[in-house]
Write a protein that binds this ligand. Structure first.
Ligand code: HEC
Length: 95
C-alpha cells in the first residue's frame, strides 16, 4: 500500500510539468473577453505573441500586416474582433 502511495506521488510530480506545458502561456488579463478573442484569433497561424513584446506603434503595424495575411487566406477578421484585439494589445503593449 505504501508503494502505491509513492507511485501516485511520482505520477503527480511527473504530471504537473507536463500539464503546465500544455496550458496556455500566461498573458495579461487572462479572463477578459478581449484576451479570449486575442488568444483565439492570433494563435491560429503561429504561437501567441506576448502583448508586451511590442509598443503601440508596432502593434498597429503588425495588426495591419496580419489583416493582409488573413485576407489572403480567407480567414475571417470582423471589425469588432479587430477592435477588441487592438484595445487589448494597446493597453498591454510595451511602454
Ligand atoms: C492567417 C494567418 C495569421 C493570423 C490569423 C495571424 N498571423 Fe501573425 N503572422 C502570420 C505570418 C504568415 C507571419 C510571418 C512570420 C511568421 O510566419 O511567423 C506573422 C507574423 C506575426 C508577427 C511578427 C513575427 C514575430 O515573431 O514577432 C506578429 C507580432 C504577429 N504575427 C502578430 C499577430 C497578431 C497580433 C495576430 C492576431 C490579430 C496574428 N498575428 C494573427 C500569419 C498570421
Amino acid at each position: 500500500m505504501k508503494l502505491f502511495k509513492y507511485f501516485l506521488i511520482i505520477l503527480v510530480l511527473l504530471g504537473l510539468p507536463a500539464c503546465a506545458g500544455v496550458l496556455e502561456q500566461s498573458i495579461p488579463e487572462p479572463g477578459s473577453p478581449e484576451a479570449g478573442v486575442y488568444r483565439q484569433k492570433c494563435s491560429s497561424c503561429h504561437g501567441l505573441p506576448d502583448p508586451g513584446r511590442h509598443n503601440v506603434e508596432e502593434w498597429i503595424h503588425f495588426i495591419g500586416l496580419m489583416e493582409g495575411f488573413m485576407k489572403e487566406r480567407n480567414f475571417p477578421f470582423p471589425p469588432e474582433e479587430k477592435e477588441a484585439i487592438q484595445s487589448y494589445l494597446f493597453r498591454n503593449a510595451r511602454k
